[in-house]
Each structure stands twice: as structure tokens, then as C-alpha cells.
Design a protein around this ligand. Structure first.
Ligand code: FAD
Length: 483
């Protein structure tokens, strides 16, 4: 069966980019190899054509097995009438309302006033909630519209065109809320979900510990029950926005004599309660978005337990599945279009950087890969639109996207030569975006699953390779060396 990819917009967006046939051929070959069709590439047909679709021109890459009877499969990614109507309604509402909530700095910018940004973020969430545009796939009882998750993703894509501060609420709305919906009491849901939706409550995720990150089931924070109250002792780390949060979702170990996955119990915790101390960690970019959190005789009522005692791992999986489903869905900067803009602005010795064939080669290569990522995203969207659970494609998308962002940021810094080492946005191409992205990129390759863990998922779930070795799985946790 033949496979065809159509890549539009790059040439149309910047006519001077004029990718030559050889550059395109090499990019297409690499792309074909990454999609498992490399062995057919010699027989591949590559067409370049210009179409009068408004301003867009496009090139097409067709890769087919060498059978003369092969037929090309074309996928249609145009919006259906219903989706197009929804998208334009969302876009119109955003155009009218979002600009007055836009920030002129990101939380990672040097000297950013994060508390002020949070205030704007809460106001933006409240505005969306009031107008019925928040958490569209949540049930109406909690303030949503009862639509599909698909609609929320479409809305988020439109919203990402504006610099509105939505990141603060990501963990609460996308990880904590679905966990509450599945495991909390009706009373807790009625109390917290509408406040999560409107931005009134900010939630954080107390999972990782100094000795347990990728292997979450290895956590050591202890929960000891005394009647209707649990006492919690331990340390968490890398907790995003813990210093600003109102509540947290928390995984603890209630019984170390059980195997590691079985001795866990899950709670939610009031971050303002006694015995909870968040200490911000200063990051490479100079800001502090995450924290160490010390829990010293912190007390949690049993009513704040989510799931049965000992079912903490199953409840954590609800959270992790929602985290993974969203992983890589956001197109974090820098994008290939931003790199292209920089290459057009920067003057090298012999003219603009974009005139250099090796620069164009890189851009073409990233562009083709970005289109591949978009198509993978379309698969996720199709699965969601059809009511299916997305497969492991979000792991592929996150793995490729995070390292590409790092490569583009490195390239952007190199292009600016000595200017690349400056941090004052006013003096820099794209307002210092590449500098910020370079410092944030290593974190993006760790948060939500490191590269190696994502490769393990792809190996096991996509390629069907044997599972990772897990020798401690069935042993009592307190007998595991180092636990
Ligand atoms: C920006 C950012 C925000 C974060 N926010 C939060 C948060 O809000 N709440 C929270 O709980 N945590 C948060 N984290 C923590 C994050 O979940 C962990 O850093 C991540 O799970 C990795 O765990 P670790 O740091 O303990 O590394 P480890 O798990 O110790 O890994 C160390 C190295 O070993 C590799 N490795 C580990 N296991 C395997 C394996 N089985 N096979 C092959 N290689 C392996 C890893 O890939 C990595 O290179 C955040 C992290 C970042 C960077």
C-alpha cells in the first residue's frame, strides 16, 4: 500500500525559502525512514507542485512499495462542517476576549512576576467559565458543556494563538480533575470541580520524590492511619507551582511490607494545612516554577482519600493516563516557523541566513518532521473524535517534539553568534525566545516521561519488544535494596 504525505505552507509562507529538489528529497527520505518506509525510497515518487490555494503552495511526497499496482492512500484532514463551525465560533470569541488577558512575558522570562501572571490567569479562567468556554468536555454539572475531549483540544489550539496564562491550571484541570471525577465523593466533586474550572483553585501534583520519578511506584512518603485521620511524612520534589497551589494530589505508601504497587494510597491535600512546606527550587533560567515539598506530620482526613486503601497505584494510573494523553499535544515553542523568521531576520556575512543552503536544509528537515508530528496528532484527534482511547502515539510525538525544540533553540542561539549569549530580550532576535527555550528544553525532555521511558513505551507497546526488566515488582517493598 502506498503512503502519501502532503506538506504545505512552508514554501507558501516564505517564498524566498525556495527549497530545492535535493533538499526536499533528502528530507523526504529521512521522513520516509522514520515512518518505516525507507526501504522503498528509491522507488519513491517525489512531486513538487504549486497549487493556487490562496497563498499556499505545497510539495507532495509519495512513498510506495515498488509494486506497479500500488495505489496511493490520501487522508483528508480538512475540518468537517461541524468542526469548522465550532472552530470559527471559538476563534471569534477568543478574538474578542483573549487580547485583554495577554501577557507580554512568559513565566520563564527573566524577572517575570509570576504572582501577577497567576492573577491574570485566574481572571482569564473566570472569564472562560462565565462564557461557557472552559473545560468543554466536562459534564455540565461541573461547569463544562458535556462535549468531547476533542472539542477542548480544538479550543486549546485556537487559544494557543494568544499569550494568555493557562499553564498554571494545566495540572489541576487535566490531571487532578479527571482523577477526582473518577474517584472522589460526590461532595468533593461538587466542591472542587467548579473551582478548578474557574481558576479559583490551583492544584499541584505531589508524585515525584528524590528516589522515585520514572519509577513512581518506588515512592517512600509514609501515610499512617489513626481512626479517621492520616498522618503524612516524607519529601516530594519537582512539584510545579506547589508554592502557589491551594490543593495537591498525593501518592503515599501506607504499607511498606507489601509489594511496591500494592502498598500505595492516594489522597488530595490542602496545601495550606499545617506540616506542608514548599521550598522553591531556583532553575537554570533564574525562575522558580517547581519546588521541594516537605510533609512533616501533615494530617489528612480520611474523606480526602481517593480510591480504596491500597488502590493508590490504580488511582495514579488514572492521573498518568490523562497526563500521557495530553503529552505533546501542545506545540511548545520554538516552532520551525519561528526558526524560519529568525533565519530571515539574521544577517550573515554573505546575506540573510535563509540564503544559506545548509540553513534551508535544516528548516526543511524540521518542517517535514513537524508535519509528521501534526499528522500523529491528527491520529490522536481522530481516535478521540470516534470515542476511542488514543494509543501510544502521544509518546512518539512528545519524544520527537521535545528534542526538536531543543535542536531548534540551539540552532537559533548559534545563528545569533555572540548575541546568542545575551539574555535581555529587548536586544535579541524574537525577543529572546530562543534563549528561553534553550534553558527550558531539558526540562521538557524529562517532565511527563523522560526520553528513555518514552522509548520503553514505544518499544513495548508499539514494537511489541520484550518488557523492561522489573525484578522488584513482586517483592515486599521494605525488602527491596535501597527502598
Ligand atoms: C519541568 C518539570 C516539571 C515537573 N513537575 C512535576 C510535578 O508537578 N509533580 C511531580 O510529581 N513531578 C514533576 N516533575 C518530575 C518528573 O516527573 C520527573 O523528573 C520524571 O518522572 C523523571 O524522574 P527523575 O527525575 O526521578 O529521574 P529518574 O527516574 O531517576 O531517571 C534518571 C535517568 O534514568 C533514566 N531511567 C529511569 N528509569 C529507566 C528505565 N526503566 N529505563 C531506561 N532509563 C531509565 C531516565 O530516563 C533518566 O535519564 C517535573 C519535572 C520537570 C523537569
Amino acid at each position: 500500500m502506498g503512503v502519501r504525505w502532503s506538506c504545505s505552507a512552508l514554501a507558501g509562507a516564505v517564498p524566498e525559502a525556495q527549497m530545492d529538489l535535493e533538499t526536499t528529497r533528502r528530507s523526504a527520505e529521512r521522513f520516509a525512514i522514520t515512518r518505516g518506509h525507507g526501504r522503498y525510497f528509491d522507488e519513491a515518487r517525489l512531486r513538487l507542485r504549486t497549487e493556487e490555494e490562496g497563498e499556499a503552495s505545497r510539495f507532495e511526497v509519495s512513498v510506495s512499495p515498488p509494486s506497479s499496482s500500488s495505489t496511493l492512500t490520501t487522508m483528508d484532514f480538512r475540518d468537517t462542517a461541524e468542526v469548522a463551525e465550532f472552530r470559527s465560533e471559538a476563534a471569534a470569541w477568543l478574538a474578542e476576549n483573549a487580547p485583554s488577558f495577554e501577557l507580554d512575558e512568559t513565566p520563564d522570562a527573566p524577572g517575570a512576576d509570576v504572582e501577577k501572571q497567576l492573577e491574570v490567569g485566574r481572571a482569564w479562567m473566570a472569564k472562560k467559565a462565565e462564557a461557557g468556554w472552559a473545560c468543554l468536555h466536562w459534564p455540565e454539572t461541573y461547569g463544562g458543556r458535556g462535549l468531547e475531549r476533542f472539542h477542548s483540544i480544538l479550543f486549546a489550539a485556537e487559544e494557543s494563538r494568544y499569550r494568555v496564562p493557562v499553564g498554571f491550571f494545566h495540572i489541576g484541570q487535566n490531571f487532578a480533575a479527571p482523577t477526582l471525577m473518577e474517584h472522589a465523593s460526590e461532595e468533593a466533586k461538587a466542591r472542587h470541580l467548579p473551582r478548578l474550572l474557574s481558576g479559583e483553585e490551583l492544584w499541584c501534583q505531589l508524585f515525584s520524590e528524590p528516589g522515585a520519578g520514572s519509577d513512581l511506584a518506588g515512592i517512600r512518603t509514609r501515610a499512617v492511619r489513626d481512626g479517621d485521620v492520616w498522618t503524612i511524612n516524607g519529601q516530594k520534589i519537582w512539584t510545579t507551582y506547589a508554592h502557589l497551589a491551594d490543593y495537591a494530589i498525593l501518592v503515599t505508601r501506607h504499607d511498606p511490607s507489601l509489594p511496591k504497587h500494592k502498598g500505595l494510597t492516594y489522597f488530595y491535600l490542602d496545601m495550606k494545612s499545617e506540616g506542608v512546606e514548599a521550598r522553591p527550587i531556583r532553575q537554570i533560567a533564574g525562575t522558580s516554577s517547581f519546588n521541594e515539598v516537605f510533609l512533616t506530620n501533615a494530617r489528612i482526613p480520611d474523606g480526602q482519600r481517593l480510591g480504596e486503601v491500597g488502590a493508590g497505584w490504580q488511582v495514579a494510573l488514572t492521573t498518568l493516563m490523562n497526563e500521557r494523553a495530553g503529552a505533546g499535544s501542545a506545540q511548545n515553542p520554538p516552532s520551525v516557523v519561528q526558526a524560519l523568521r529568525l533565519a530571515t531576520e539574521i544577517q550573515l556575512e554573505h546575506g540573510p541566513a535563509i540564503a544559506d543552503a545548509s540553513v534551508r536544509d535544516k528548516l526543511a528537515s524540521w518542517y517535514v518532521r513537524s508535519r509528521g508530528l501534526e499528522l500523529i496528532h491528527q491520529r490522536t484527534m481522530t481516535a478521540l473524535a470516534q470515542g476511542r482511547t488514543p494509543g501510544p502515539e502521544s509518546s512518539i510525538r512528545k519524544l520527537v517534539a521535545a528534542s526538536q525544540q531543543q535542536d531548534i533553540a540551539n540552532f537559533g542561539i548559534d545563528l545569533q553568534e555572540l548575541g546568542g549569549s545575551l539574555r535581555d530580550p529587548g536586544d535579541l532576535g524574537l525577543g529572546g525566545l530562543m534563549q528561553q527555550c534553550l534553558l527550558g528544553a531539558p526540562g521538557a525532555r524529562i517532565a511527563g516521561g523522560t526520553d528513555e521511558i518514552l522509548r520503553n513505551i514505544i518499544a513495548e507497546r508499539v514494537l511489541g519488544l520484550p518488557g523492561d526488566i522489573r525484578v522488584d515488582r513482586d517483592r515486599p517493598f521494605d525488602e527491596v535494596p535501597g527502598a
